[in-house]
Ligand binder design. Structure first.
Ligand SMILES: NC(=O)c1ccc[n+]([C@@H]2O[C@H](COP(=O)([O-])OP(=O)(O)OC[C@H]3O[C@@H](n4cnc5c(N)ncnc54)[C@H](O)[C@@H]3O)[C@@H](O)[C@H]2O)c1
Length: 255
């Protein structure tokens, strides 16, 4: 299998380093808008070569996007039109229904897949399954130390309460987790979001609360920072690597 990577930052780097050790992956093509980022990473990867997206596209089986929403808007259609599977990290780019439906239709026609890793949250599998039986309520509670918002509160403060669509406008840093949960469950308008600044906590946590015909679900993930990049949640990189393994492995555990 040959892999193309768009974005050689925190997650792209972790994915490329892991892919280098996966025996089924013969070749890794790297592209980053910042030449130095792709050059630095290329020097650390045995199977890697730097190429522009349009040049590596005919050569690869799967493309990993770990870049930005702009990159998704620029490349996703091209990748899918070439019939290649796409693993997409910048899931906030799918907030516009027209764009997401366009990508879905291309993937259907070209018989390829768009994989969305669960990223910096857990419980997406449960919410997806539960949505089939009917979900009454899905709430995301994101709690961060006040410094993450550039503030210094001495008591817990709810900074936002509303739906996911409004939340991502006011707190764009929350866009990917709110988007993944909305796509798995009740959509952007019906997924409730609370954003909390809490001086007691030292880590970013995401709690999912859901109930419906299946019963009740409560999942909380306290994220450790990426050891190579403190600005990124380690779980986001791990979920990207697990998704790449899912594309490769004959057995899929969970949904
Ligand atoms: N789904 C999730 O839960 C989740 C979690 C963390 C991050 N993310 C998203 O994943 C993406 C990558 O995250 P990261 O922490 O690795 O970010 P990062 O800033 O460390 O790396 C992004 C890299 O992509 C490159 N890039 C940006 N735009 C590009 C373009 N148009 N073409 C090519 N390269 C481009 C940048 O130069 C940078 O090197 C971001 O969009 C981030 O919001 C999603």
């Amino acid at each position: 299998m040959k892999l193309g990577i768009i974005g050689c930052g925190a997650i792209g780097t972790d994915l490329a380093l892991a892919a280098d050790k996966i025996k089924e992956i013969e070749k890794i093509f790297l592209y980053d808008i910042k030449e130095k980022a792709s050059e630095d990473l290329c020097n650390r990867i045995e199977k890697a070569e730097i190429k522009k997206v349009k040049d590596f596209l005919p050569l690869v089986d799967v493309v990993f996007e770990g870049a930005s929403q702009q990159a998704v808007h620029k490349y996703a259609e091209e990748v899918l039109n070439a019939g290649k599977d796409l693993i997409l990290m910048s899931v906030g780019s799918l907030i516009e229904d027209d764009f997401m439906n366009k990508l879905k239709n291309i993937a259907r026609v070209k018989k390829c897949k768009i994989y969305i890793p669960s990223g910096a949250i857990c419980g997406i599998d449960g919410v997806l399954s539960a949505s089939i039986g009917g979900l009454d309520d899905v709430t995301l509670v994101t709690t961060k130390p006040p410094e993450s918002f550039g503030k210094s509160y001495f008591t817990r403060k709810v900074l936002f309460k509303g739906n996911a669509r409004e939340a991502v406008k006011k707190f764009p840093a929350n866009i990917n987790v709110a988007a993944s949960l909305s796509l798995a469950g009740k959509g952007f308008d019906s997924t409730k979001v609370r954003i909390v600044a809490d001086p007691v906590v030292s880590r970013i946590s995401h709690k999912i609360l859901a109930h419906g015909k299946f019963g009740r679900l409560r999942v909380e993930l306290e994220n450790m920072p990426n050891p190579n990049n403190p600005g990124s949640s380690y779980m986001a990189s791990l979920s990207a690597i697990a998704t790449l393994k899912k594309v490769i492995d004959p057995i899929h555990i969970g949904i």
